[in-house]
Design a protein around this ligand. Structure first.
Ligand code: NAD
Length: 554
């Protein structure tokens, strides 16, 4: 083990500052929090989640970023290029403290081959979405979105509950790990296949998954018993999904819902080919990356073939945002896109209202601060029963990872209301320290991703990337604390452009002004993007909320 491998990074807690202001301190704590062993999947390699989604290019870059943040003035801006600090300029107090651009390649070169080549030379880093933009909060970050998706499926297909239904999926990594809990929160039974027993174990320890087994027989026994009793249950099965799914088909077991969250977006680092143990696959990846990718792609084709067969037999099947259909199609499976992506199937109406994964983190490190904000949600939105129910469930069932945090999907108008109220609680001292407010890049107005967030847009504008760029530009103008532009998150190189933003509520008037601007511009981008594409709901929301659309969304 090298010296760097022994490093353990964790965010500071409490009121003592290492930086020259709370905003810079917030950036530093969030960068360190992304690499907290409780939060990150492989912190020793700076990998946070989602295949090789990293927080900094290498340890030298990490150390320099930390050192820069400690001396950064309140009117300066630090620039990060694919995880490496490259410049620092005097700007002004309402400008972002940090601007980041991660994994962005000129379109003609925007593929894994070229990216891997540059990465090998130390010139690039894969930022995924919130890994490289320092607002990852562990598996909770995706939990409510996953919960909402399964709730939408229950509503659409199963009389409002998943009780007595069986979901089959794969991938228990940083994001995929939310699946078992999201299904059991909707009262269903779920079998999740993962090749890596340690990943399953991590989900058991953090209470996202109930049981683990190496035996398909045992797993199916548990599944069928729980289904019969109508008891919610989640099971992690050690195995390769491309194999196990076919075995389940061969046995004729009835499955109601099928999806997948293996890291199919990255064939070299994210998907383990059939017939290879974890150790063998690690070796092959190093020795013969071309063969590895070839085998992984073939396995993914097999995997999608099984998903299509489940669909033929009557299961509800959907792609959960990892681009597995595209890989299978590129491997010659013509009908790979016969099942839909989760956004057009279940999420788009929320996007039309500017709704998305709003999240916040307590810089004090004290869980009580989050519990106070939980109460604040109920005080501000008592009429929203589903939201209040979510807060109760999250309090009861979600284990914090790293700095205490919370997530809930809020729309245009709601986000600014919550943000300003949190700033007020910091000002009055009801919260012990400032709050960091951010979101996933997977949001209503910040992504162009034709196989995911912008799949099947009404006007065919799926691949128009301008919206993601405008999102970053307007949030920078509005004064977010840090803003990022990334490429390739979620679905891999060549398939997405997306932007992130974080804004700090430190109780000051300056923060109040910035929050008021940013928490309107950011979800407002979602409303105007969908109104422009012709969605009536978005046009209505724009009218109701007085969002100016010069050509009326036409
Ligand atoms: P991760 O890399 O942390 O985990 C992937 C998991 O898949 C690992 O545990 C790995 O062991 C397992 N795996 C790989 N090959 C397998 C195989 N053949 N059979 C069974 N298991 C296998 O990734 P993550 O952060 O959990 O993200 C998963 C995928 O979902 C990524 O492609 C990511 O881009 C995508 N994603 C989706 C959403 C969404 O909202 N739908 C959000 C973020 C990420």
């Amino acid at each position: 083990m090298t010296e760097t491998k022994k490093r353990v990074v964790r965010a500071n807690r409490g009121l003592e500052l290492q930086c020259k202001g709370w905003e810079q301190e917030a950036v530093l704590r969030m960068l360190c929090n992304n690499l907290d062993p409780e939060v990150a999947e492989k912190p020793e390699d700076l990998i946070v989640y989602g295949g090789i989604g990293k927080a900094a290019r290498n340890w030298e870059s990490f150390d320099t970023i930390v050192q820069q943040l400690k001396t950064l003035e309140a009117d300066e801006t630090l620039l990060i290029q694919s995880g490496k600090p490259v410049g620092r300029f005097r700007t002004h107090e309402h400008a972002p403290r940090v601007l980041l651009s991660n994994s962005v390649l000129v379109p003609k070169w925007a593929n894994w081959e070229h990216f891997n080549h540059l990465e090998k030379q130390g010139l690039m880093m894969y930022g995924q979405m919130t890994a490289g933009s320092w607002i990852y909060i562990g598996t909770q970050g995706i939990l409510q979105g996953t919960y909402e998706t399964f709730a939408a499926i229950a509503k659409k297909h199963f009389n409002n509950t998943l009780r007595g239904t069986v979901t089959l999926t794969a991938g228990l990594g940083g994001m995929g790990g939310a699946q078992p809990l999201a299904v059991t929160m909707n009262d269903g039974v779920v079998l999740t296949v993962d090749v890596d027993a340690e990943r399953i174990q991590k989900r058991i320890e953090t209470r996202y998954c109930d049981r683990m087994t190496h035996s398909l027989d045992e797993a199916l026994e548990w599944v069928l018993a729980a289904k019969k009793d109508g008891t919610p249950l989640s099971i992690g099965l050690v195995g390769n999904a491309a194999e196990v799914h076919h075995e389940i088909l061969a046995r004729g077991v009835e499955i109601d819902i099928v999806t997948d969250q293996t890291s199919a977006h990255d064939p070299l680092n994210g998907y383990v080919p059939v017939g290879y143990s974890l150790d063998q696959s690690n070796e092959l990846r190093k020795e013969n990356p071309e063969l590895y990718v070839q085998l992984a792609n073939q396995s993914m084709k097999k995997h999608v073939e099984a998903m299509l067969e489940f669909q033929q037999r009557g299961s509800i099947v959907f792609d959960y945002g990892n681009n597995i259909r595209q890989v299978a199609k590129d491997e010659g499976l013509e009908n790979a896109f016969d099942f839909p992506g989760f956004v057009p199937a279940y999420i788009r109406p929320l996007f039309c209202e500017g709704k998305g994964p709003f999240r916040w983190v307590a810089l004090s490190g004290d869980p009580e601060d989050i519990y106070r904000t939980d109460r604040l949600i109920k005080e501000l939105f008592p009429e929203n029963e589903a939201l209040c129910r979510w807060i109760d469930m999250a309090q009861e069932r979600v284990a914090f990872q790293g700095l205490p945090s919370r997530i809930c999907w809020l729309g245009y108008g709601e986000r600014v209301k919550m943000g300003l109220a949190m700033n007020e609680l910091v000002r009055t001292g009801e919260l012990k320290a400032p709050i960091v407010i951010g979101r996933d890049h997977l949001d209503c107005g910040s992504v162009a991703s034709p196989n995911r967030e912008t799949e099947a847009m009404l006007d065919g504008s799926d691949a128009v990337g301008d919206w993601a760029i405008l999102n970053a530009l307007v949030n920078t103008s509005a004064g977010a604390s840090w803003v990022s532009v990334h490429h390739g998150g979620g679905v891999g190189m060549g398939y997405s452009l997306h932007a992130g933003m974080v804004v700090v509520a430190d109780g000051t008037d300056r923060a109040r002004d910035r929050l008021e601007r940013v928490l309107n511009t950011d979800p407002g981008m979602g409303v105007i993007r969908h109104a422009d594409a012709g969605y009536e709901l978005a046009k209505e929301v724009a009218k109701e909320k007085n969002i100016v659309i010069p050509m009326d969304g036409g």
